[in-house]
Design a binder for this molecule. Structure first.
Ligand SMILES: *Cc1c(COP(=O)(O)O)cnc(C)c1O
Length: 435
């Protein structure tokens, strides 16, 4: 490689540059309806693409194993303070590289290998890290799984009965395909009854919590984890929130709620990670500052208004929604009555320019790689400025796509209509905008 260090990517590595451009175009020209996705601001992208990625800074602000950390210290402190302010917590750890790492850190902090934890089943809307057998959460811990009732709501009676029977040390509440508000307080009661720690994983709804349109688990759960890249609209990453204050380094602490900040910080490093991703931390700080502005409350409200409008429009087209609707940014659609599988729907909608993901429904008779349902969400569309009128149009396109899922010409015609709408709601410029 004799190319100078300052060559733009396009000349330096055209293969990668072209693929990034293609992906940017795919996002711009289509409707991103995967509920765990969003579009970040240019400012977030700028922070993410900065020199901060070059810096090692193992440890925490003021207590690093490397020199030259004065600026990354200030950045991490700002990120932590903004997270604490936004969610009303005493302590925030912003170093977990992703949501999975955040959850694993909580287990390392609070459990010994072989201890019992209890979470929502993946195929009922939970997450792999909540005790799936093939995840570390199910391999190294004794995992008990609760589910949803036939109507799609979390089955609190089952969760309580399982907790009483198995006495888990930790209960996890949260998920990735649940359309209703998470019952944080109800799970607090169950956890107290069996003396378990409560972890609230608000990854999907953190932006709604920030905007004041979903109950906040901080102060109810002993510890709260969240990704930063879903409804919260930041870069990929995670935050772990708790109450209490970190203790002095090296002092032994009991596994108790008031020691959570120390337990979490030590679980992240040296427990499971090394150096923090400072570019990611800076971008998280930028996103948190965005979420602290009044405009973000408007955004969060609109995400829900859009989801409710889309849900109602789909139900008018005789789609069956789990729980009969939504309180959040997402909905889970059972396609059984339409004679189409989730996989077929995902493919056809992709051809129409509408990106969704196939998903199991609670008690799904089909297999996860070709399940009965799809999961739809409004966070990314709302970021682009779409409102109720667009949701009604989109419901019509979804219905036409599913009704004509084997007719490629019909799907291509829908795609042209989708692209016309997308032109009216441009993505922000971004570094690799193609226009
Ligand atoms: C997305 C998600 C995670 C994991 O996040 P990654 O950043 O993909 O590791 C964990 N828990 C829940 C509930 C999620 O939705």
């Amino acid at each position: 490689m004799d190319k100078p260090m300052h060559t733009p990517l396009q000349q330096h590595d055209a293969q990668i540059a072209d693929l990034i451009k293609k992906e940017t175009a795919r996002q711009k020209d289509g409707l991103e309806m995967i509920p765990s996705e969003n579009h970040t601001s240019d400012a977030v992208l700028e922070a993410l693409g900065s020199r901060l990625t070059d810096k090692y800074s193992e440890g925490y602000p003021g207590m690093r194993y490397y020199g030259g950390c004065e600026h990354v210290d200030a950045i991490e402190t700002l990120a932590r303070d903004r997270a604490k302010q936004l969610f009303g917590a005493d302590h925030a750890n912003v170093q977990a590289h992703s949501g999975c790492a955040a959850n694993i850190a909580v287990y390392v902090a609070l459990l010994d290998p072989g201890d019992t934890l209890m979470g929502l089943k993946l195929d009922h809307g939970g997450h792999m890290t909540h005790g799936l057998k093939v995840s570390v959460s199910g391999m190294y811990f004794n995992s008990i799984q609760y589910g949803c009732s036939k109507d799609g709501y979390i089955d609190l009676d089952e969760a309580r009965a399982l907790a009483l029977a198995h006495r888990p040390k930790l209960i996890v509440v949260g998920g990735s395909a649940y359309a209703r508000q998470y019952p944080w307080a109800e799970f607090r009661t169950i956890a107290d009854e069996v003396g378990a720690f409560l972890l609230a994983d608000m990854s999907h709804v953190a932006g709604l919590v920030a905007g004041g349109v979903h109950p906040n688990p901080v102060g109810i759960a002993d510890v709260v984890t969240t990704t930063t890249h879903k409804t919260l609209r930041g870069p990929r990453g995670a935050i772990i929130l708790s109450n209490g204050h970190p203790s002095t380094p090296l002092k032994r602490v009991e596994r108790a709620t008031e020691n959570m900040p120390t337990l979490i910080d030590r679980a992240i490093i040296p427990g499971i990670q090394g150096g923090p991703h400072n570019h990611q931390t800076a971008a998280i700080a930028v996103a948190l500052n965005e979420a602290l502005q009044p405009a973000f409350t408007t955004y969060a409200n609109q995400v829900i208004k859009n989801a409710k409008t889309l849900a109602e429009a789909l139900m008018e087209h005789e789609y069956e929604l789990m729980t009969g609707g939504t309180d959040t940014h997402l909905m889970l659609v059972d396609l059984t009555n339409k004679g189409v599988t989730g996989k077929q729907a995902e493919r056809a909608l992709g051809v129409s320019g509408i990106t969704v993901n196939k998903n199991t429904i609670p008690h799904d008779p089909r297999k996860p790689f070709d399940p009965s349902g799809i999961r739809l969400g409004t966070p990314a569309l709302t970021t682009r400025g779409m409102k109720e009128a667009e949701m009604k149009l989109i419901a019509g396109w979804i219905d036409r796509t599913i009704s004509h899922h084997e007719n490629e010409n019909a799907l291509k015609a829908i795609r042209r209509e989708v692209e016309e709408l997308c032109v009216q709601f441009p993505l922000h410029r971004g570094v690799y905008d193609v226009c």
